[in-house]
Write a protein that binds this ligand. Structure first.
Ligand code: UGA
Length: 483
């Protein structure tokens, strides 16, 4: 298991000295096979040439948006099928607005794809590493993709360049990457490493990439900061603040941001439990809290809790890092946030059991929504799919509908039934569960739906349906945290 932290973190003074040494390295004129004819220094080009390693969710979006900012971009993936799809202008996942931009930048030649690391090494001034960092069995970030990608790229780095990590990693990784790459690259110490975490949200990935609310540059030299400022010249000119900091702080910013968001969600969810115990209304509570600018209303929506490929994985990885470093208080906080979050799923399953009279065996349950959140086809750690699985395990016949996530859900949970429409899913149902708050579901006519179910009982686990309307149409409505 790779240690999540390099204990020898430099002092502030050492960092200044190190930066000075790094700057000296990078101001020297590079020589060797990577220098183009005419002696132009690659990374001193007005527009640095960009490569993107990994064309998954983050990498493909980043490559497309970099090209759209005007850069020449070469993207690489070891997965042939991903590249084969991308070159035809097709994104292998659902993300509003991405495909038109992908096609535009393929057509104008700004964006190209390859499977050759030699080509990537020869082409790029700035190499973004956008590979996945999934959880290992203990919840720690598995860094094998990061180090494999860097090991494949390093032998092809013959001249001065910058590797920029975008993957979410435990603190200390950037320095390990720097040591690994410098040991293998022909350009040696003239290869620098920076960390530039991304904060994009699925469903808003294009907007978040083209106009981020902040840019974080974790650097070890002014050379790296300058290059990153040039790469992100467009959003910076449009007013996006660029925060330059040391590598370790930049690594922590990303996981701390996700940990804070997760904590906020679990906080409102325990408040929902308090509301349920007292007959209070958690939505009015969230509204009233949200007017305080120090608190804010966003990420204070109660319900089934958080899922997806980021928040759950990142809080577990940060918890493991904190435990490893002896920061027990942080580990305890994050463990509690995780436990509260997982309890929401158990709570909804228990409510479903109660709603059908105590035994789910043989009951027909319609599930509306299994994407981990609306406007996404992602079902990774999906709370809705988890609840569906729990009910199926207790013997319920679960019929699932989702506007876009069904193909992915089918692969992951072939044991569930899948319906082409809300009405088909609900036909003959003893219970309807609203588990992902797609706007389509808020537009359902509850009177029409009441005609097809066996019993008009709905659990709104996302607190998003108009309860008055549904009750008026004859439904028994259970909402988490609301009377
Ligand atoms: C999250 C962060 O919001 C991004 O800033 C970050 O860049 C990204 O992870 C990442 O690390 O790559 P994302 O996973 O797309 O983005 O999803 P969110 O919009 O954060 O939602 C996460 C989960 O929280 C969803 O299951 C959603 O339903 C739930 N949620 C969100 C709530 O239960 N209540 C809320 O008030 C908000």
């Amino acid at each position: 298991m790779r240690a999540p932290f390099t204990p020898a973190r430099p002092t502030e003074r050492e960092q200044v000295q190190m930066s000075a040494a790094d700057n000296a390295r990078h101001t020297s004129q590079p020589t060797g096979s990577g220098t183009p004819p005419g002696g132009e220094v690659p990374s001193r080009r007005a527009r640095p040439r960009v490569t993107v390693v990994g064309t998954g969710y983050l990498g493909l979006t980043h490559a497309v948006c970099m090209a759209d900012m005007g850069h020449e971009v070469l993207a690489i993936d070891v997965d042939e099928t991903k590249i084969a799809k991308a070159v035809t202008g097709e994104a292998p996942f659902f993300e509003p607005g991405l495909e038109p931009l992908l096609r535009k930048n393929l057509d104008n030649g700004k964006l190209r794809f390859t499977r050759s690391f030699a080509e990537v090494g020869a082409f790029g001034d700035v190499h973004f590493v956008c590979v996945g960092t999934p959880s290992d069995a203990e919840g720690r970030a598995d860094l094998s993709y990061v180090f494999t990608a860097v090991a494949a790229l390093a032998p092809h780095l013959a001249s001065e360049c910058l590797i920029v990590g975008k993957s979410t990693v435990p603190v200390g990784t950037a320095r390990q990457v720097m040591a690994a790459v410098r040991a293998k690259a022909p350009a040696g110490d003239r290869v620098d490493v920076a960390w530039n975490p991304e904060f994009l949200r699925e469903g808003f990935a294009v907007r978040d990439s083209l106009a981020p609310d902040r840019l974080v540059f974790g650097v070890a030299s002014e050379y790296a900061a300058d290059l990153l400022r040039r790469v992100y010249a467009a959003p910076i000119a449009a007013g996006t603040p660029a925060l330059v900091m040391d590598l370790e702080t930049a690594e922590i910013v990303k996981v701390a941001a996700n940990a804070f968001l997760a904590t906020k969600i679990s906080f409102i969810n325990v408040m929902a439990e308090l509301c349920e115990a007292t007959g209070a209304d958690v939505i009015r509570l969230a509204e009233a809290l949200g007017y305080d600018e120090r608190i804010g209303r966003r990420f204070l929506s109660p319900g089934l809790g958080f899922g997806g490929g980021c928040l759950p994985k990142d809080i577990r990885a940060l918890c493991a890092t904190a435990s490893g470093l002896g920061v027990g208080s942080l580990a305890t906080l994050l463990r509690t946030v995780d436990v509260i979050n997982m309890d929401r799923r158990r709570r909804v399953a228990a409510l479903a059991r109660e709603a059908v009279g105590g035994d789910l065996a043989g009951k027909r349950v319609a599930v509306l929504g299994v994407a981990f959140k609306p406007d996404s086809d992602d079902i990774r750690d999906s709370p809705g799919l988890d609840v569906s699985g729990r009910l199926a395990r207790e013997g319920a016949a679960v019929s699932v509908h989702d506007p876009v996530a069904m193909p992915n859900a089918r692969i992951s949970r072939p044991d569930l039934r899948y319906a082409d429409s809300v009405s088909e899913a609900a036909t003959g149902a003893d219970l309807v569960l609203h588990l992902t708050e797609w706007s389509d579901y808020q537009a359902i006519d509850p009177a029409a739906l009441a005609k097809v179910v066996s019993r008009p009982v709905v659990i709104d686990a996302r607190c998003a349906l108009d309860a008055r309307l549904w009750r008026h149409a004859g439904w028994t409505v259970h909402i988490l945290g609301r009377p």
